[in-house]
Design a protein around this ligand. Structure first.
Ligand code: 13P
Ligand code: SF4
Length: 389
């Protein structure tokens, strides 16, 4: 992979074939939209499957054939025979679906602006540059790159080329163990919190360093101890001394949760149980009763006894769905009104869904996600390694 001019080549949107919603779709009311979506679904029949991530709004998930976490939806996409897979989610999820589905299946992301900011924090070009510095700083070490599913296909491909793998929030610890059977160090991308939470779970908290790709010095990272105190800014050599090197990426939806929110909820609701997503900060995960992927959060609430109270530390649409789906359980947003929705997921507006479906009925494919063949092949290797672990 070539190292390019990072300043000029990085972009928020991975795909430049952004097709905007035509004017006539902008002001549909919910009743008309629902009728038109259902009519298009009936017309397309078995040629269509609609997937909805747990963070999508109600008006999307209620039209979805399958609702789930990013991993489950990729599996559903792989198992679907439908010619068209319309993905209610964000770009990296639609890319994974495209990689996993057959060549004659088309994956459509209703709005191409649904780009996860965290995936954009580790562009393959940047990682390639950092990799060169870190491996040069530790020439004797065998470093295994692991990327979270929340990353673009070119980064997954990079990890495959360097002997690494993909992980999800539910299997990160297994993938770390696999990596340490093969090498001496892990470079984990792009979510520093998931990486740190996993390192703690495996008892590796004494050997974590952070790599800040935005450091003005370019090459500097910051080593830090388990207590979170930071050492003096270190050069690549210092960072490369640690066993776990965390890329400095994060999800702004999950970083918002603080220990004070857990303290407050326990004070206001002494019977409350707290479950959070592992993209939350270390101290939040530690203070919670349970941490797990969106699927684990759904299962936990589904299995709760009537009358139990669960405070949820994740994207607000999922908390709202859980309140609707399980009225017998007392479901609370962990930080009340301050809980956020995901601005990338929000781009999948139901008017966009209406438009792409009606265009398919007319034989026109809009907002197609198509990963370049070589990149798809390599990214698939990294995903298959995960599935074998
Ligand atoms: P899951 O893989 O748990 O569905 O999470 C995806 C995500 O984007 C979390 O922010
Ligand atoms: Fe990305 Fe966070 Fe949104 Fe998940 S919730 S898609 S990690 S920005």
């Amino acid at each position: 992979m070539e190292t390019a001019d990072i300043e000029t080549d990085l972009s928020l949107f991975k795909y430049d074939n952004l097709e905007q919603l035509p004017e006539r779709y902008r002001d549909l009311d919910e009743a008309e939209r629902t009728e038109r979506i259902e009519a298009a679904k009936a017309e397309l029949g078995d040629d269509l499957v609609i997937l909805g991530h747990n963070y999508q709004r109600r008006e999307i998930v209620e039209h979805a054939d399958f609702i789930g976490d990013s991993y489950q939806l990729s599996v559903e996409a792989a198992e679907a025979d439908a010619e068209y897979v319309v993905f209610g989610g964000v770009t990296f999820m639609a890319e994974s679906a495209d990689i996993i589905t057959d060549d004659d299946q088309t994956v459509i992301l209703p709005s191409m602006e649904a780009s996860c900011p965290m995936a954009g924090m580790a562009e393959a070009l940047q990682v390639d540059a950092a990799w060169a510095e870190i491996t040069e700083a530790a020439p004797e070490a065998d470093i295994v790159p692991i990327t979270y599913m929340n990353s673009y296909a070119d980064l997954k491909a990079f990890c495959a080329e360097q002997g690494g793998a993909v992980c999800t929030s539910s299997n990160a610890h297994d993938v770390f163990e696999w990596a340490f059977e093969r090498g001496d160090k892990v470079l984990f991308l792009p979510d520093k919190h998931l990486g740190e939470n996993t390192a703690h779970r495996l008892g590796m908290e004494d050997s974590i360093a952070e790599w800040d790709p935005w450091d003005p010095e370019g090459k500097d990272g910051e080593a830090r101890s388990a207590s979170g105190s930071r050492a003096e800014p270190g050069v690549a050599e210092e960072v490369a001394e640690s066993d776990v090197i965390l890329w400095d990426g994060y999800c702004q939806v999950h970083e918002r949760f603080r220990e004070e929110h857990i303290r407050q909820v326990r004070e206001d609701h002494p019977d409350a149980n707290v479950i959070v997503h592992p993209e939350c900060r270390r101290e939040v995960v530690e203070a919670a009763d349970v941490a797990g992927s969106t699927a684990a959060i759904c299962d936990t609430v589904a299995e709760a006894d009537p009358g139990e109270t669960w405070a949820i530390g994740t994207e607000i649409h999922l908390t709202n769905h859980l309140q609707r789906w399980h009225p017998e359980v007392n479901v609370l947003p962990l930080c009340g009104d301050a809980c956020m929705d995901c601005n990338a997921m929000r781009q999948i507006d139901p008017n966009y869904l209406t438009w792409v479906l009606e265009e398919l009925v007319e034989g026109r494919e809009r907002n197609v996600i198509e990963v370049a063949p070589r990149e798809a092949e390599l990214a698939n290797v990294a995903m298959e390694r995960m599935l074998e672990i």
